[in-house]
Structure formats: C-alpha cells, structure tokens
Design a protein around this ligand. Structure first.
Ligand SMILES: [Zn+2]
Length: 502
C-alpha cells in the first residue's frame, strides 16, 4: 500500500528472571468411551501440558471423606479425577493437611491422568492461562474444563456406582523461549505537523481457545480497513494529512498489554507528540461514540461533526455516532489505551453499541467469524477513517490538561463527590459507573439530572462546581425520568443513596 511505512518492532517483557516459555496448542479431542460413547466439549488452560497421546482411564470422584480417600488408594494410576467443587478438588504441593491436600499427594504418588472441572452454568468455556512459568519448572498436571452438562452426566453415573471410562488426546506443548513478539505499525506521513501523531489500533493477539474473531480480529480488521479507505480517498483527492496518522496492532495484549507497554518504554520521547490513541477492542458491536472531557469536547464536536451528521439518519440506531461527555477518561478497561493513559497520553476506547452479546464470545469457545456482524464492521471502519482524517487535520491536538489535573485531583482526593454517571447532551445519563452512587439511587440510562441541593444544574460544568462547593457530605439530587421527577439523598461519606420525595 503506497504511502504506508510498515515497521515491525521486536520486544519481549518479563516480570521474572529465568528462561521464559512459549506455548503451542494443536489438537484436542475427548470422549466418554464407557458406558456410552460421547464426544466431549472442553478446553484446557494455556501454558499447561497435554496428554501423552490418547490417554484412556477410569473416571473417579474426588473423595469427600477419609474413607472415600482410602478406598481410592491403589486405583488412581491413569485415572481422570472428577472434581466437583474447590472443597474436594485435589490440591497439589501444599504443606497443609486437609483432605484435599492428602488427595493431591496420593494423585501425584500414583500418577493420575488429569483433573476435570465443570464449566460455569452458562456453558461458556473461557480460556486463560499463566505465561509466567519457567522452562526449568514446567507445569506437569493436565487440567480440563468440561462443559457442565457433560460433567454432570459423568458425575451422575459415578454417583450411581456406574463405571465410567474417559479418553483424552490433547496435543499441546511448551517451547523454550524467549519467543519474540511483534507490533505491526503502519503510518501515513503527515505534512506541516508531521511529527505529531494520531494513533488508531487494536491488538493482534488472541486467546487460543477459539479463533479470536472478536478479540480482537474485529479491531485489527477495522484498523486495516480504515487505512485502506483513507489511502484510497487520499489518492483520489491528492491530499495528505497534516499530522502523521499511525495504525498500531499490538502483540501480547492478553498477557498484560505487553506490546503497547514495551513500545512505550522503548519510545518515551514520542509520548508528548501523540495527540491521542484510540483503540477498538470491544468486539463486533459498532463503534458508535467516544467519551470526551469538558476540555476535549469542543475539539471533538468539530472533529466528529461530519461522521455524526453522516450517520444521523442511519436506520439502525447503533450506527449513529454520538459524543459522550465524561468527567474524566475511564481507566482500567484493560486494553492498550490504558498503557498510554498511564503515560499521560489521551487514550480512548470506543463506545460500542449493537445486538451482539460480547460476553458470549469474549475468550470463549464461541469466538469465531460467523458471530461477526458485517454492517457494524463497515460502520466502524468508516468511523475510524473519518476520525483519523479529521483529528489529524485539526488546528490543535487533543487537550490533556484536564485529563491530567482531574486525574491528580482524583488521586489526591479520593473523597471527591461524584454522582457516578456519564452524561450526554442536556444532562442526559448515557451510562452509569458500575459501583457508583447513581446506581444505588436507582438512576437509569436516559434519565436527566435536574438539580443538586436545590441548585439547578443545566450543564456538566455547573454540576461539577455545585458538587465541589457543597459544604456537607450529603445532598438531594433530583432527576427526571420522562415527565416524572425522582430524587435521592446522596451521602458520600456513608456511600449511600436513598430515594426521597422530589
Ligand atoms: Zn481484547
């Protein structure tokens, strides 16, 4: 692609000394072989061992008493242990002396094939794993997470005294590290403000329990498509952006933002030249908005005006783009923009809306391409391309003053009085903070805040000042739901919000 400079950056980051370990997952199958034949749906944690070819063995229930433990003695070699709950699951290598510790020791002594645990009730098999292991001390125990219904079937057989035989063939292995990881970086060079950067991206890696379609194939593909759309438009119109537009696909995000953190550590001098970093890492739902602090809002209103206008008459409301005002930029969402926020660079995670259920696919066995919604992907690529072009051509960079101050103030004064909402136009609540007082008060999305302590709050700045100037620890906040007035007494000291007469 003409005009794009591709740079690969090799890095690795380890929190512990010693030889690191790579992990490869290839093939896995499992069956009940007796008394019925049934294929099993399961997964294993990453960075754990597989089996030595097909391992067939009897299923045994973890003991719940010393008598049951004694009855298992001599019968555990090659067995698959059915561990119903944490209380009875074998615990290995512990120096405590509870039933589960003695069971763990017996399992090790006789050589079981592995331990099988049930998935959650929702039937989702979530993949995770700990990469912080060492080549000289590799995990040796096979640990299986089995679909709950199938787990229950085996459990019920065993409870009835029916023998059950299982077979697993799991081909996964360790590789001696270090394993190089890569960030993929492409740039459209700017012109008069070329040394300033507008960054868009997502992460390139995914958990290996499924295809990683929405975590984060959706984010990497919209980044690539936005780059293509921009290059096409620029070529057609013979124009170049003022600032440099950079697309970044980071590696190692799932292991703790390794790619973005390593890049920032290697290029600290760039941080002050970055206008903003905007990350798409929330699955296939449409990137339908962005949060902005009061200082950022005027710039965003100008930058996003075309996409807001262009999408305003979309039939699907999820594709209509909107700005969301926020007291500060939210942290701890857990994607690469957090690494930039930590370096005091404005980092954004797109607001996303749509019909897709992200928690159904997030790190689960269902994260495959058929769940991806094409219309949302197209809409998002359009949003990213538009944002890139506009923000790269504004007269100013994204202000970071109020982000920094607010953050410092927040750190200094943990008791700052907050309502616990995100606000859109006209004081309309667009979202609630997970554990905030607004939630306790019963506020909901779509409600409109009217007054605090008898003072009308017509805009967010007024709300902030009113809260800051409160002389006591509590205040009555009034809001509107449709035509109905509602109220609650917010008490920031007691951390309560109790309904009251408006
Ligand atoms: Zn992700």
């Amino acid at each position: 692609m003409e005009g794009l400079v591709v740079v690969a950056e090799i890095h690795r980051q380890r929190s512990k000394p010693g030889r690191p370990v790579g992990f490869d997952r290839r093939f896995a199958s499992g069956h009940i072989t007796w008394p019925i034949k049934e294929k099993l749906v399961f997964n294993t944690r990453s960075w754990t061992p597989g089996t030595d070819g097909a391992e067939r063995g009897r299923a045994v229930l973890a003991p719940t008493s010393d008598e049951e433990l004694e009855a298992l003695r001599g019968h555990l070699k090659g067995a698959w242990v059915i561990a119903t709950s944490g209380t009875y699951a074998p615990r290995f290598g512990s120096d405590r002396d509870q039933l589960r510790d003695r069971f763990g020791a017996l399992c090790d002594e006789e050589g079981i094939s592995g331990v099988i645990r049930p998935s959650g009730k929702n039937g989702l098999l979530r993949t995770s794993g700990n990469y912080r292991i060492e080549w000289d001390n590799l995990p040796t125990r096979v640990s299986i997470l089995l679909l709950r219904d199938q787990f229950s079937l085996i459990y019920d057989y065993l409870k009835e005294g029916q023998e059950v035989e299982l077979e697993f063939d799991i081909d996964q292995s360790f590789t001696e590290g270090p394993i190089p990881q890569y960030n993929v970086i492409a740039e459209i060079p700017g012109t008069d403000l070329a040394d300033e950067l507008m960054i868009f991206g997502g992460h390139l890696d995914s958990w290996d329990g499924a295809g990683g379609a929405q975590d984060n194939g959706t984010g990497t593909s919209t980044t690539l498509e936005a780059a293509r759309l921009l290059m096409k438009a620029m070529t057609e119109h013979g124009v170049q952006p003022r600032r440099t537009i950079r697309f970044m696909l980071w590696g190692g995000e799932e292991q703790g933002l390794l790619g973005s953190r390593a890049y920032i550590a290697q290029h600290p001098e760039e941080n002050e030249r970055i206008s903003a970093v905007i990350v798409h890492d929330g699955g296939t739902n449409a990137c339908s908005g962005i949060r902005a602090t009061p200082l950022m809002m005027p710039l965003f209103q100008e930058a996003f005006a075309p996409i807001i206008q262009y999408t305003a008459d979309e039939e699907d409301d999820n594709l209509r783009f909107r700005l969301v005002s926020a007291e500060r930029l939210p942290r701890g969402i857990g994607s690469d923009h957090d690494a930039y926020l930590s370096a005091n660079v404005p980092g954004f995670f797109w607001e996303q809306r749509g019909t897709a259920n992200y928690s159904y696919v997030h790190h689960t066995q269902h994260d495959w391409v058929p769940q991806v919604v094409q219309a949302y992907q197209r809409g998002t690529a359009r949003v990213v391309a538009s944002a890139a072009w506009r923000l790269a051509n504004m007269n100013q960079t994204v202000p970071r003053d109020d982000m920094g101050q607010r953050q410092q103030r927040g750190q200094r004064d943990r008791n700052a009085k907050r309502v616990g909402v995100f606000l859109g136009e006209g004081m309309e609540i667009t979202d609630l903070v997970g554990d905030g007082l607004a939630k306790k008060a019963g506020m909901a999305k779509g409600d409109v805040i009217v007054s605090v302590d008898g003072k009308e709050v017509a805009n967010q700045r007024k709300l902030a000042t009113t809260l800051r100037e409160l002389k006591k620890d509590s205040a009555k906040i009034v809001w509107k739901r449709g035509d109905k007035l509602m109220a609650a007494t917010f008490d920031w000291k007691a951390k309560t919000a109790v309904s009251t007469e408006p």
